[in-house]
Write a protein that binds this ligand. Structure first.
Ligand code: ADE
Length: 254
């Protein structure tokens, strides 16, 4: 069996920096404007990279991870805006499936279907999903996140008992910051629980190259008129800790 090489991607430097710090024997190489950090975590070969924002940025970055670094599995951690009204800031979502909410080649094909692939939804890998689920449950049950995050920051966002939801994630090249766009997504894709800008692009590339992947997102905002304010504050104070703790816990199960 070929050696396991894990790729870790994130769309925010604040989150990726903490994960880069976990790498042993760290080296870095820059390709196409991205810095890829290589090394090991728990003796597993790992490549960590900040993808930048949006579907194209994410697709080109994951392609490099696959073709140049030969990764055999991919973990993506980042933040998302809540679409489901059941989700609060600080909750964690693991994608069951991913869909591109801005893909629309009608009338040539059905709305949301990826042209020439005949697919609308991409499934996360069942094994990685279970491991990520265990990791997040461990963190939430042991109140581990509370122990590692400043209590004033948790209070500022009213984060008391964060929960885990496994559900559909929609991605598109749009920061959703208004109730009408939010409700539009909810109406057209009722199973979608949160929205971000990279996951479904990463999922499409991984599907095409047959690379198992999982996407884990922490809710940073509620994708409405308040979202740009909550988003910035959340990134600065909280989300970097979430990413590091989730990754450490996932690796403890590999
Ligand atoms: N990532 C985090 N919050 C988001 C939002 N509201 N829209 C798109 N991507 C996001």
């Amino acid at each position: 069996m070929s050696e396991k090489i894990t790729g870790i991607m994130g769309a925010m430097p604040e989150e990726i920096n903490g994960v880069v710090a976990l790498l042993v024997n760290r080296q870095e190489v820059t390709i196409g404007g991205r810095t890829y950090f290589t090394g090991t975590i728990n003796d597993i070969k790992t490549v960590v990279v900040f993808s930048r924002w949006g579907k194209v940025a994410a697709a080109t970055t994951v392609s490099t991870l696959i073709l140049t670094f030969n990764i055999t599995q991919l973990l993506f951690t980042g933040v998302a805006g809540a679409i489901s009204h059941q989700l609060k800031i600080g909750d964690i979502v693991i994608a069951k499936r991913l869909v591109q909410h801005d893909m629309d080649a009608r009338p040539l094909m059905p709305q949301f279907e990826i042209p020439l692939l005949g697919k609308t939804y991409f499934d996360c890998d069942a094994y990685l999903l279970t491991i990520a689920q265990n990791a997040v449950n461990n963190l939430l049950q042991n109140k581990h996140l509370h122990a590692t995050i400043d209590s004033a920051a948790l209070e500022a966002f009213d984060i008391t008992v964060p929960k885990l939801v496994v559900g559909d994630i929609a991605s598109g090249d749009q920061f959703i910051s208004g109730s009408s766009s939010k409700n539009n997504i909810l109406q057209q894709l009722p199973a979608v629980v949160c929205v971000e800008m990279e996951g479904a692009a990463v999922a499409q590339v991984c599907f095409e190259y047959d690379i198992p992947f999982v996407i884990v997102r922490t809710i940073s905002d509620t994708a409405d008129e308040q979202s740009h304010i909550d988003f910035r504050l959340f990134i600065n104070t909280i989300s970097s800790r979430y990413a590091v703790e989730i990754i450490k816990n996932i690796y403890s199960q590999f």
